[in-house]
Design a binder for this molecule. Structure first.
Ligand code: SAH
Length: 395
């Protein structure tokens, strides 16, 4: 069965036990950290704008790309609305103006569970009043395509999404290169395959930057987080590469048991790449489109419910329980549609049970943390050579 990642990539829908809505605590941590960057980006927007053309009298347009569904879907746009309201409270001479008008857009792939998103958007519009007048919309589509009109956005946010590639590298999905039973970069991945993943990420992120540069107003901001690596090394204990390597091990156990065909495992790779901060900064600089305001890396524990992670202790208090949390609460909610689409629904329960055992063994060697990269960018002034059509909408 060929993998068609664009079609099956979406988080588990609905509100059930294995849904993304019920299992996105780790991603929430990254979003919480983005709030300060969003506040700073909003303040920066206002500060750049005031002298020439006051932003206070304009509608601000904010988009979250890869919103998914559930409690996280609105966190970033809500943070942006709050940041505007708070900023205006501290600005002299603004109180007597009508409340700010904000237009928020939530994007994800078309298979995303937009039904629950729609309901929460209605609630956000209501709760923002009377401090702000919010209009809202949903934009199904890939963020590797144009999504918005030229020069229409003031702020783009995206949390926990840009590590997903547009597709598995073509040379892997066509079978021209093989990944030796790995589903991402594992210890036995041939160097040529590592280069394919890296090349695909470079192409995708460069495209993403170019598309958003067209859609943002001059001086517009972008605040992003995604899974990454702490160093140039591709695999180290606990990072996200190890997490996928363990999932490949669990799949290999199902092959041994005759539950999964070896050739289906050979043909399965994730449309995923975790870059280092240096790779990201280099790509942004190469693009020549954005100034980098901030880059950083922080770490989230694999098991978001592991209370012992708060201390310095490197040992996981209850490996079996933590592994169950990792397998069921985090990873299943994220990759089940991809797994079920490729291997069939029938193996999903058994796979995540086996995966839990493999993860427990890994955690017994020490606590595992995901590195998460956060980035804040500002679109450089519009250059006529860069933008094909001239436009008059700037800050
Ligand atoms: N932002 C949310 C969800 C992150 S999960 C949070 O922080 O919790 C990653 C989301 O990115 C998924 O919903 C997935 O469908 C979406 N995604 C992945 N690739 C995408 C693409 N090319 N275009 C739009 N959304 C994409």
């Amino acid at each position: 069965m060929a993998s068609n990642s664009k079609q099956s990539l979406h988080m588990n829908p609905g509100q059930g036990e294995t849904s993304y809505a019920q299992n996105s605590v780790i991603q929430k941590t990254a979003q919480e950290r983005m709030k300060t960057l969003i506040e700073e980006a909003m303040t920066g927007l206002y500060n750049t704008a005031t002298s020439s053309s006051p932003l206070h009298q304009k509608e601000l347009v904010i988009a979250d790309l890869g919103c998914s569904s559930g409690p996280n879907a609105l966190t970033l746009v809500s943070a942006a609305v709050d940041a505007v309201v708070v900023h205006r409270r501290h600005c002299a001479g603004v109180q007597q103006l009508p409340p700010p008008e904000l237009c928020v857009f939530l994007n994800d792939l078309p298979d995303n569970d937009f039904n629950t998103v729609a309901k929460s958007l209605a609630a956000l519009k209501q709760s923002a009043r009377p401090a702000a007048m919010v209009t809202a919309g949903m934009i199904p589509g890939s963020f590797y395509d144009r999504l918005f009109p030229r020069a229409s956005l003031h702020l783009v946010c995206s949390a926990n999404s840009l590590h997903w590639l547009s597709t598995v590298p073509e040379e892997l999905s066509s079978g021209a290169h093989l990944n030796k039973g790995n589903i991402y970069v594992g210890k036995t991945t041939p160097p040529a395959v590592v280069r394919l993943f890296r090349k695909k990420f470079r192409e995708d992120l460069s495209l993403f930057l170019a598309l958003r540069a067209q859609e943002l107003v001059s001086g517009g901001r972008m605040v992003l987080t995604f899974l990454g690596r702490k160093s140039a090394e591709m695999l180290s204990h606990g990072d996200v590469g190890s997490m996928w390597e363990l999932l490949a091990q669990a799949l290999a156990i199902l092959v041994q048991k005759g539950r999964v065909k070896g050739r289906d495992l050979t043909a399965f790779n994730l449309p995923f790449y975790a870059p280092s901060v240096e790779e990201v900064t280099e790509l942004v600089e190469e693009s020549g489109l954005f100034d980098v305001d901030h880059t950083g890396v922080f770490e989230s524990t694999w098991d978001p419910h592991d209370d012992s992670a708060a201390g310095d202790d490197d040992e996981v208090a209850d490996c079996a329980r933590s592994a169950e949390n990792v397998a069921y609460c985090s990873i299943r909610a994220v990759v089940e549609p991809l797994i079920a689409g490729h291997f069939g629904e029938g193996i999903v329960d058994e796979l995540f049970e086996v995966y839990g055992t493999v993860v427990a063994e890994h955690l017994s060697k020490g606590r595992a943390m995901y590195p998460v990269i956060d980035v804040s960018l500002k679109l450089k002034g519009r250059l006529s050579s860069r933008i094909q059509h001239s436009d008059s909408r700037t800050l």
